[in-house]
Design a protein around this ligand. Structure first.
Ligand code: UT7
Length: 436
């Protein structure tokens, strides 16, 4: 039976601190007029002390899970697309997995610049469609303010911080991610790069002095590449899904520059109004820009059932990518009841406690093995506390509570139910939704 991958949850996290163009004009030789006319950006949000890529990713992920009404315990896969990970390693996705208490999920980071979210959703949806996974969380999260050169007016005014996330679920209802395309051309790597801190230029006093730990960009070249990439990628996903361009109701593009978006609209022959733009409020948030924009589009009710939505992006690598969605998830989403929120709060506390206990256990084991001279009897390996699933699994946490729910589905319309009486799909539900 055919499987489809649908977005069933979405969420975003935006830092509180706002930085306007005028604020930048106090720090570097620029002006509100230059920034607005060349980019379209009016203001952007910047993290404060205590905030980081992980905290933003966590907030966006929790919001997305809440909309999906899915417990993190059901997640099979977590992908975090970012160029500003919490650490060089381990992956921010693993830290997120721990903080969410997504104990059975595989987790990894993905570095594909501003196309990262498109890459992540494409991979996750393929994995879902072939039956490897049931539920996946894809997050785009960035704190670009931490790697931009606050003295370089050519780049610092462009970027902002934030995160967006979606939950994908398997379903037998046709729709969801209908097609995607991903591209890369490393010959353009120099156009958008952070030189320092990797194996080529490990961190030294010199690399810091030479400001090699900041974003370097050839804006003009990226601009030229971006306009071509947006056009080609959008056309290709429409072709692959057999959907004429004029049937696309909405395009959610990477939010880098208003002029790039307008130029793409012109070359595709689509009206400017078909493109959702929010970069005036957020600037370029790299891998987070498309999921933040998608989240706003959904919150504002700009997407209706059966609408065709194209997500398209480009960025460092160089990379580019697009995907075409046929929207099936019912609106409006039902807010959680107070006791469901309480359940979630308790679950996250429990996840933190479990993580703390796991750390404590490792410490005690380390201390015991030192006591034994480090070469005592081989220890019995405790049963894995984390999922370690490799193959498609039908045994889900809390399975006893949702027996019979094999492949979760998007609720069909009354018309669909009438035309396919043999199917009786129910919306994917997590532990926190029971009884709602
Ligand atoms: O997410 C993917 C990554 N990035 C992008 O998509 C960015 C793509 N590129 C762009 O959006 C544009 O190329 C920029 C907005 C970055 C720059 O716009 P531009 O029209 O290509 O400007 P430019 O780089 O050609 O610079 C024009 C002038 C230069 O002065 P001169 O050499 O002509 O005297 C710059 O020094 O503007 C100057 N300039 C500024 N002036 C005031 C550059 N930055 C600023 C600034 N304020 N912030």
């Amino acid at each position: 039976m055919a499987r489809y991958a649908h977005i069933i949850g979405w969420g975003k996290a935006i830092p509180r601190r706002v930085m306007t163009n005028d604020d930048w004009a106090k720090l570097v030789d620029t002006s509100d007029e230059w920034i607005r006319s060349r980019t379209g950006v009016r203001e952007r949000h910047i993290v404060s002390e205590g905030e980081s890529t992980l905290t933003l990713a966590l907030e966006a992920a929790r919001n997305a899970l809440e909309v999906a009404r899915l417990s993190p315990a059901y997640l099979d896969l977590i992908i975090v697309a970012t160029v500003t990970p919490e650490y060089q390693f381990p992956a921010t996705a693993c830290l997120l997995q721990d903080r969410l208490g997504a104990s059975r999920a595989a987790a990894f980071d993905l570095s594909a610049g501003c196309s990262g979210f498109i890459y992540g959703v494409s991979l996750a949806s393929d994995a879902i469609r072939i039956g490897s996974y049931q539920y996946a969380l894809v997050v785009g999260a960035e704190t670009l303010s931490r790697i931009m050169d606050w003295q370089d007016r050519a780049t610092c005014v462009l970027f902002g911080d934030g995160a967006g996330a979606v939950v994908l679920a398997a379903s037998q209802v046709p729709g969801g991610v209908m097609s995607h395309m991903l591209g890369a051309d490393g010959s353009g790597a120099d156009y958008l790069i952070m030189l320092g801190g990797g194996s080529r230029h490990p961190t030294t006093h010199e690399t810091v002095e030479q400001r090699m730990h900041y974003i370097k960009m050839n804006g003009r070249e990226v601009f030229k590449f971006a306009t071509r990439a947006m056009d080609r990628a959008t056309r290709l996903v429409c072709e692959r899904a057999n959907v004429p361009l004029e049937d696309v109701e909405l395009v959610v593009p990477h939010q880098a520059n208003d002029r790039i978006i307008q130029s793409a609209a012109k070359s595709l022959g689509l009206p400017d109004s078909a493109f959702y733009v929010n970069l005036d409020r957020y600037g370029n948030t790299s891998a987070a820009s498309i999921p933040i924009a998608l989240c706003e589009v959904l919150e504002k009710g700009l997407v209706h059932r059966r609408d065709h939505v194209v997500l398209v992006g480009f960025g460092a690598g160089l990379t580019w990518g697009a995907l075409l969605l046929q929207w099936e998830t019912p609106f409006p989403t039902v807010p959680l009841k107070w006791w469901q929120r309480l359940y979630n709060a308790i679950y996250y506390r429990w996840a933190q406690l479990r993580s703390w206990l796991a750390r404590l256990r490792r410490r005690v084991e380390g201390w015991q093995s030192r006591e034994n001279g480090g070469n005592g009897e081989p220890r019995k390996v405790p049963p894995p506390s984390h999922g370690e699933t490799t193959a498609p699994s039908t045994a889900r946490p809390g399975a006893a509570r949702d027996e019979g729910a094999k492949v979760p589905e998007i609720s069909p319309t009354a018309d669909e139910r009438a035309s396919h009486p043999e199917e009786s799909p129910t919306r994917a539900r997590g532990a926190n939704q029971e009884g709602s």
